[in-house]
Design a binder for this molecule. Structure first.
Ligand code: ATP
Ligand code: MG
Length: 297
């Protein structure tokens, strides 16, 4: 990692696509290797036959290909805590989904060493018709725990989630905070080697948020690897040592977290100055224009 901005994407100091845990040139084993990944989506402009016909008669395109990630390379060492930052639509969630294996890349490759778990979409993996109890077993299995392991950890999962008497209710009746608490608790109890977290810390009450952050600190202290997406620059400074800044699907900074967080705040200020924040809120800032300064929690 040379910690300099790259016009062409990530640091290419170490492009070897290895995630086998063998020490590399700098002596650190690799947990995640994202190598020259490109991901495109198809944007359909016409949904109905009528609309399609009208567009076709006018000679307009029916669909476009959109590049969400453009030749992204990131290598993450075992035990690193990396923040993915950038404004809305810059490709953070797409990259996490590709690392987790939920989405395949169109080009390039991804290698992950060990068990990967995470919260990459609110409620991903929880079935709304099943109870909290049933979901602990289902989601635990999806995340790689066998029944014996889930049984062993069950009480601890429920205690951490603090869903109390709702345990035997279908999770469709849970509040969004409760839903998140359960999903976070299951994921963190799978003891993954690589933990991926997308935005979840924005949900939940302050007490639970503190509990989660403490858990992530402990998790980091135990030498495991984390990749976190959040819009809270102060939180990311506390949890991560390294920041990868994405802009329009390309890596424009890969280095220390302070520079990445500063870039994020600067981008927001730019949007504000451009007037984008006046009526619609600031891209990348869930709290909108009122949240002018970095918030420390
Ligand atoms: N399934 C999809 N089909 C079409 N376009 C998609 C799809 N998923 C993501 N995109 C587009 O890809 C771009 C990157 O999306 P992504 O969700 O990765 O951004 P993000 O950085 O996570 O943004 P946010 O901060 O709003 O969560 C966006 O323009 C988005 O509209
Ligand atoms: Mg996202």
């Amino acid at each position: 990692m040379d910690g300099t901005p790259h016009a062409d994407g990530a640091s290419r100091a170490d492009k070897a696509p290895r995630a086998d845990g063998a020490p590399h040139a700098d002596g650190a084993p690799r947990a995640v290797v994202v190598d020259a990944v490109t991901k495109r989506f198809t944007l359909r402009h016409a949904r109905s036959i009528k609309n399609m016909t009208v567009r076709a008669l006018r000679g307009e395109r029916l669909r476009d290909r959109f590049t969400a990630l453009d030749d992204v390379s990131v290598t993450i060492g075992v035990g690193e805590a990396v923040a993915l930052v950038g404004v809305n639509g810059s490709g953070k969630s797409t990259l996490l989904k590709i690392i987790s294996g939920v989405l395949p890349p169109d080009e390039g490759s991804v290698l992950v060493r060990g068990r990967v778990a995470g919260l990459i979409e609110v409620g991903a993996g929880l079935h709304p018709d099943l109870t909290g109890r049933e979901n602990v077993f289902l989601n635990g299995a999806i995340l790689g725990m066998d029944r014996a392991e889930t049984l062993r950890k069950f009480d601890s999962i429920v205690e951490f989630a603090d869903i109390g008497r709702f345990l035997d209710q279908p999770v469709r009746f849970y509040s969004s905070g409760m839903f998140m608490r359960l999903a976070f608790s299951i994921a963190v109890h799978t003891d993954p080697d690589v933990f991926l977290i997308d935005e979840v810390l924005a949900v939940g009450d302050p007490l639970f948020r503190r509990k989660c952050i403490q858990r992530l600190h402990d998790y980091r202290a135990s030498g495991r690897t984390m990749v976190i997406v959040a819009h809270d620059a102060a939180l990311l400074r506390r949890l991560c040592t390294r920041g990868v800044f994405l802009q329009d699907g390309r890596v424009v900074w890969d280095g220390d977290i302070d520079t990445a967080a500063d870039l994020l705040l600067e981008k927001r200020r730019e949007h504000r100055r451009a007037g984008a924040g006046r009526t619609r809120g600031v891209p990348g800032d869930p709290a909108g224009p009122a949240r002018a300064a970095e918030v420390g929690r």
